[in-house]
Ligand binder design. Sequence first.
Ligand SMILES: [Zn+2]
Length: 346
Amino acid sequence: MKINIKDIARKNYGLISIVVIYLWIYILSILLSQETFTTFYRSYFFAWMKKMFVPISNWISLPFLYVIIVIFVFSIIRKSIQKGIKNGLILLFKWLVLLFCWFYILWGFNYKCTTLSHSFSTSGNIITHSELVDRYIKSVNILNTIKQVNIKFKVDENELLSQLNTTEIELLKKYNYKNISSSRLKKLEPKGVLLRFSTSGFYFPFGFEGYYDAGLHELQLPFTMAHEMAHGFGITDEGECNFLAYLACQSSSNDVLKYSAEMSLYAYLKRYIPKEVRDTLIGLNEFVKKDITAISSQMDLYPDILPDLRNLIYDQYLKSNGVSTGINSYSTFVQMIIHYEKLIEN
Ligand SMILES: [Zn+2]
């Protein structure tokens, strides 16, 4: 059978164009300095695409993830039925190539850009055990102070979205992030759809929108939403997203944001300090303990399916994109916060 290259190229014009754009940006990421590439990609290309797409995401209230899944599955099944399994598999391959290239074009090339910690030097400063203990005590005190009495916080997700967008944009401007526009977040249902895979939220580049699980406890919402929103601004590093989320929540005048962020930092700090040491330090008051128990009970409703698999896959994904600490990058925000607070104090 004679293969007609011209015919194949004509039929796959869209796919070939996307692959060419991907390769073109990839080559630029190698040829240009990191700073120049950051200006080209994050400040202009990514910012421009986001400004174009976010209004569409606002218009479609359904998570774009579900729209893509339906189109993906439906098109492959239809092709397999109409033209046979072989053509169905060819279409599946084309889809995978398309999604891979689109992923990097729409967001993934942010991995090649400068990082947030690039803006303030923390290199050479190793955190000591006593600094961790001091920060742990500070964290306990902050939580106890916010929850002195058994008040019930009100959480309005739309208000959170608007508050967090404003605060994170202000913070990022200080770190030379340019052309930043608001990020979109959507609640993902059914409850536990992500929690059962050890995930509370994630960023979906194809829709320029972040998701958070509908099953989260309301006290987890501010920090989780702030974290996913940070990805929407082109931040790829998990520790940096936690860092920005923490700063955004703490700079708010709303106590629930501060409380949610401090609870997350407290949970990370706890991992670094052995229980026998913690037992000798100041403890949480009964109201904070009650909230932590309520959160754990809610999380128990959605036990993990294959807990190690998600971590293994995500660890490999992060490492393949240049994040050397892989899945452990989430906890680097503890060091970042301690460094940052030292810089602010001096
Ligand atoms: Zn993340």
